[in-house]
Every structure is written in C-alpha cells, then in structure tokens.
Ligand binder design. Structure first.
Ligand SMILES: [Zn+2]
Ligand SMILES: [Zn+2]
Length: 449
C-alpha cells in the first residue's frame, strides 16, 4: 500500500481495505477519481465504506468522507439494515459514533436482524460511553419530539427487550446504571425475549451478574415479580446455579435500601451530592450483603476490603476538622439542604429519603422528603464544602481533630417537636441508628465484570 491505485487495479474491496487500514490519502484519491466508488459495498453483509470506518474506529477516514462528500448518506444500511452508527455502538468506537451523530445520523433506526437500534447495541456490548452519547443525543434530536425521551430510552427490540434488559442480561452494570438514571423502567417485562415476560432482574439472575442484581435491587426492582411462567428472579438464579445472586434475590433475605425515587423529582440534585448519596447507598447495601452472603457461604473475599484498610480510612477522616451530624452524632455533616441550609451526614439523608420496602404499586406516588429540622420540602441538596468549613475555622482554632457542634444545631427545636423523637424516627428507618460508616468499600470494583 502507499501508492495510488490505477483504475484497473481497483478491485472490489480495495476501497474498503484502505478504509479499514486508515489510508486516508488512498481513500480520498479513489473517491475523487470516481465518486460512485462510495456506493460499492463489500462482504456478504454488504458493508459500505462508512460501516467499515465506523466499526474499525477509523475516525480520520470517517470524518473526511462525511465532510468532503455531500452525497454520502450517514444512515446508509448494510444487508441487515444496520447503520454505521450501530457499528460504532457495537464496537465501542466513541469518536466515530459522535462524528456520525454530529453528521445527523438517525439514532432511531431498526435493523432487520433483531429489530434493534444503536442504543440496544451499545447496551449489549457494554459500551457505556456510547450509550450515554446516544441518550444525550436523544434529548436534542428530533427523536425527543417525535417519540419522547423516555419512550426512546425504553425502546423495545423485535422480541420485546429494552436496552435495560439487554444490559442486565449481559452483565453490563455501568450501562444498567446509566439507563436507570435515564428513565429506564426497572420492572419492564420482555415480550418473548429469553423467558417470556422476564424483567431485567430475571435476566441479571440468569446471567449471574451480581453487580447488575445489586444495582437493579437498589433501584427498586421487585424480587417478587414473576415472568410469564410464574418464576421469580430467585428461581432463575437457582436454575442457572448463580448462588450469590440467588442469596440476594431470595425473598426472605433482608431488603436493600432503595434509591429514593422522589429524588428524581427534585428540581436540582447537585451531581456531587448525587454521587455521595449513591456511594453511601452502595455501602449500606454492601453491609447488608455481607451478612446475607456470609450466611449463605457465598463470600467472595475479593469483594470486600480487609479490615485494616477499613480502619485506616476511618483514622484518616478523624484528622479533619468537621461538623458532626446532629441526628446520628456519629458522622460528619456532608450534605446540606437548600435553601434552609440544614446539614446532616449522607447516611442520615439517605435514610430520610429511602424506602426500605419499595412497593411497586405506589412507587411513583411517594411524597417528597422534608428537612427533619424545619420541615421544608427538600428540593435541592448540595455537598458541604469541607474547604469552606476548615477556612472559617482556621483563625479560631488550630486543633485539627476537634469535632464541632453542628452549625444549625441551635435551630433544632424550630420545626420538630422532639429531637429525641426525630433521632428515634431516623433510627427506625435506618434499622440501626449508629451504624453509619464512611470508609469506602471498594466501589471501584463494582463495574468490573
Ligand atoms: Zn447522621
Ligand atoms: Zn431545614
């Protein structure tokens, strides 16, 4: 390669080969010499140059073709009615995917193999960056107007599977998370896909993905949901011999904390606050899991940090000069309610907003949580900036390890009749009042298959 090809040398497939190998100049000169070459397709699946560029991540060639040649159709389909965008989603070629979307590629095309869209393919293959990019595009593209975003996020393939079903069934936990954040329905049932009437939880149980099971449960998936044959996810996990999944799915095992659905209705949940709350939720649920799995003898020693790591983290956090939460008197204040400014620790906030026992029937009608101190409804949460705290404090005192009284503690009696009652109430929600922990528990490991 490297030389210009004469017309005589141009054989079927030579353009595609040049595209695949990223030989920009060769591709350019071939197309300039004869623009009809762009209509050539190769292989039994009849791939176009755009398919080839998108699937092999040749962003240079792809950009050149899309920008230089007006007649090129970004939605050209192969024999299976698959678009270049689907190829990019399948192969996780993020830059190609973005380029195609910029060039106006349609995110709402269905192939003829399984009736799937690019969103399905990103979910199946676990390319969470592509999945996120497609969902972001759906907000601004005509799809949002014609279909509506939520309908697109829950789009079904030819056998009734939504992207969430496919992500859960293939153990793509990061995709499951993103989809659930983007209005995917946690209890949707498939039409005929796998066992008919399966929910995402059935498919995660079948695939044996503990991370996906954990994520779905924390988002309110129903352990008692039955498929068309009357099976609950627990039975599916047992059938496929996924013992740890079965232990968590066992209806008699303790209920996990569930991400508060009412938070979806908050006008503004600061991304940092959301991350903090999610981390706390995962930690709380892992504590619960630990005992469930220990009882079931399915402990994976790699899933949990050794105790000394845990203690080292706690020792570190004691060095900071922090305000202590005046609900549990155990943790530092990390979350602030706007606009009232009352602060508490992330565990107390979570337990204030979480439902220990989700009821799928009434899930969407849960009342918005209120601030326990002033009873104003919580519409916005922000992370307490530790910098600001230590700054306001440096001139007054130098001792680094003293815990101060909470800033708002003087207002405690303002809106609540009894502070003791409040603590007891929160404790009841929490199950165990002072069990809060801050040490991070290997959350990084969650996304790994
Ligand atoms: Zn607290
Ligand atoms: Zn308040």
């Amino acid at each position: 390669m490297g030389q210009r090809l004469s017309c005589g040398e141009r054989r079927e497939g030579s353009l595609l080969r040049a595209v695949k190998n990223g030989h920009l100049e060769i591709v350019e000169s071939m197309v300039r010499d004869d623009p009809t070459v762009l209509e050539e397709t190769g292989g039994t699946a009849r791939w176009s140059p755009l398919h080839m560029a998108a699937s092999s991540g040749q962003i240079g060639v792809l950009s050149m073709l899309l920008s230089r040649f007006d007649n090129i159709n970004p939605d050209v389909v192969n024999r299976h009615k698959q678009t270049p965008l689907m190829m990019a989603a399948m192969h996780g070629e993020m830059s190609c995917l973005q380029k195609l979307i910029e060039a106006g590629a349609n995110i709402l095309m269905f192939d003829s193999v399984h009736g799937r869209t690019c969103l399905h393919y990103a979910a199946i293959y676990g390319h969470s960056d592509c999945l996120q990019a497609i969902l972001s595009a759906a907000h601004s593209s005509p799809v949002a107007n014609s279909w509506g975003f939520a309908r697109f996020a829950n789009i079904r393939d030819g056998s009734g599977a939504t992207p969430l079903h496919l992500a859960a069934g293939n153990g793509r936990c990061e995709c499951v998370h993103i989809l659930l954040d983007n209005t995917a329905l946690v209890c949707a049932s498939t039409g005929g896909y796998r066992y008919p009437g399966s929910a995402p939880l059935h498919l995660a149980a079948r695939g044996g993905s503990l991370d996906c099971v954990r994520e779905l449960l924390a988002r309110g998936a129903n352990r008692l949901q039955r498929d068309a044959s009357g099976r609950i996810p627990y039975m599916v996990a047992l059938k496929y011999k996924h013992g740890a999944c079965a232990a968590l799915l066992n209806p008699s095992a303790a209920e996990p904390l569930v991400w508060p659905s009412s938070m979806k209705f908050m006008r503004e949940l600061n991304p940092e606050a959301k991350e903090l709350l999610e981390t706390a939720l995962i930690e709380a649920n892992k504590e619960r899991e630990k005992s469930i799995l220990k009882q079931s003898a399915f402990v994976d020693p790699l899933s949990f940090p050794i105790l000394s790591d845990f203690e080292a983290d706690e020792a570190d956090s004691e060095d900071e000069d922090v305000e202590i939460c005046c609900i549990c008197f155990d943790q530092a204040c990390t979350i602030e309610v706007r606009n009232c400014g009352h602060q508490m620790c992330v565990n107390c906030m979570l337990r204030l907003c979480c439902h220990k026992k989700p009821n799928p029937a009434t899930f969407s009608t849960v009342a918005a949580p209120v601030c326990p101190f002033c009873r104003s409804s919580i519409t916005r949460l922000v992370v307490v900036k530790s910098d600001a705290i230590s700054h306001s404090n440096t001139e007054v005192e130098a001792s680094p390890s003293r815990l101060r009284r909470p800033r708002k503690s003087v207002n405690l009696s303002e809106g609540s009749s009894s502070f003791k009652g409040l603590t007891a109430h929160i404790g009841k929600i929490a199950g165990s009042p002072n069990q809060g922990r801050t040490a991070s528990e290997c959350n990084e490991g969650d996304d790994k298959p």
